[in-house]
Design a protein around this ligand. Structure first.
Ligand SMILES: Nc1ncnc2c1ncn2[C@@H]1O[C@H](COP(=O)(O)OP(=O)(O)OP(=O)(O)O)[C@@H](O)[C@H]1O
Length: 320
């Protein structure tokens, strides 16, 4: 058993936030750690068109005319640490550019962190069948293609198809070319294909926010099945309400930093309250909410002992 101590406390709702009864999600026992993220940072060096670098004078102009451009560092994820356990579905919320997708890509093993480690008990399944899907082909043909791309045999594909089609809930549209689908319909199909594998760790980026009520219901039931089979789900969404409805726990990222990590309902609502204040131009109030949230974030300690480290696979080769 790795040595971990985590934030599992209840969070206080910010003062003045309208109370609602939390939706009672599907309860599943919480088990062993499945993903451990320790001191994770991801920085990018990117060119900027900002003319202030390299000097405004003739030297700067000459350098720029030779194609030189100033580089800046974007700190997409800053020193994030947490532990995910089987049975949890963890929502990741935050403003545009707060690092949500980057965090998921590192867990998926698609991105190498600048610092820190990510360990996982199994290879995560990312909603990444997108690349294999063909817009010209029908939804049904894409189900076959997606399932084959996930490594299923033709026989397994045929056996899985009815379940995927049912979960996608597209009706007769399943026979139409995918390029005619709305973004929500495409997302439903991708979710259904990825979830059919019942992976131990499932990573979903923005796929469920656009679903209608019936789809959400079906997706939630499927997510609960995965959790019941000792799985863990990460769900990135701008729609904090989706997180409230579909997750057991949520992480709020702000400018790459973890602001809050706690029960989905409280965390997502605290984020919504902050976002609402930002949208109304109440920046001082929003700053205070951010500070209050940070004050409630408890330190998570992660140490993997040699005796158990074999169970956990690094998702990357750490650069430091
Ligand atoms: N490949 C990349 N190269 C350079 N910068 C990147 C790259 N990927 C992400 N970033 C930057 O890292 C930051 C975090 O991006 P990320 O996509 O993780 O945020 P996000 O919270 O998922 O955003 P959104 O909600 O808008 O989808 C942003 O400032 C983004 O511009």
């Amino acid at each position: 058993m790795p040595d971990v101590s985590e934030n599992t406390g209840r969070l206080e709702l910010p003062e003045g936030f309208p109370e609602e009864t939390p939706k009672k999600g599907i309860e599943v026992p919480i088990g062993e750690p499945t993903v451990m993220v320790r001191n994770l940072s991801v920085h990018y060096r990117v060119p900027t068109s900002d003319k202030s670098g390299g000097g405004r004078g003739p030297v700067g102009r000459a350098l720029r005319s030779l194609g030189w451009s100033r580089q800046v560092t974007v700190k997409a994820v800053r020193n994030v640490t947490f532990v995910a356990r089987s049975g949890e579905s963890i929502g990741v919320v935050g403003h545009n550019g707060s690092g949500k997708s980057t965090l998921l890509r590192v867990i998926a093993g698609l991105e190498t962190p600048t610092r820190g480690t990510v360990l996982a008990s199994a290879t995560p399944s990312f909603l990444g069948v997108n690349a294999a899907l063909m817009p010209e082909m029908s939804g049904m043909a894409n189900v076959r293609l997606g399932l084959l791309a996930m490594g299923k045999s033709p026989r397994e594909v045929e056996a899985a198809i009815p379940d995927v089609v049912d979960l996608a809930g597209l009706g007769d549209s399943i026979h139409l070319p995918m390029k005619t689908y709305s973004s929500g319909m495409g997302a439903r199909l991708r979710f259904a294909i990825s979830a059919s594998a019942r992976p131990e760790i499932l990573l979903i980026d923005e796929a469920l926010a656009t679903g209608d009520a019936a789809t959400k219901e079906r997706s939630e039931a499927r997510m609960a099945e995965i959790r019941r089979e000792a799985g863990t789900i990460f769900l990135v969404s701008h729609a904090a309400q989706t997180i409230e409805e579909m997750c057991t726990r949520a992480i709020w990222l702000h400018k790459g930093e973890m602001v809050l990590d706690g029960p989905a309902y409280e965390t997502a609502r605290a984020y919504r309250w902050w976002a609402w204040n930002i949208s109304k131009g109440e920046h001082d109030k929003a700053e205070k909410l951010l500070a209050d949230a940070r004050a409630q974030l408890k330190f998570t300690h992660v140490a993997v002992h040699d005796s158990t480290s074999k169970r956990y696979i690094p998702r990357h080769r750490p650069s430091i």
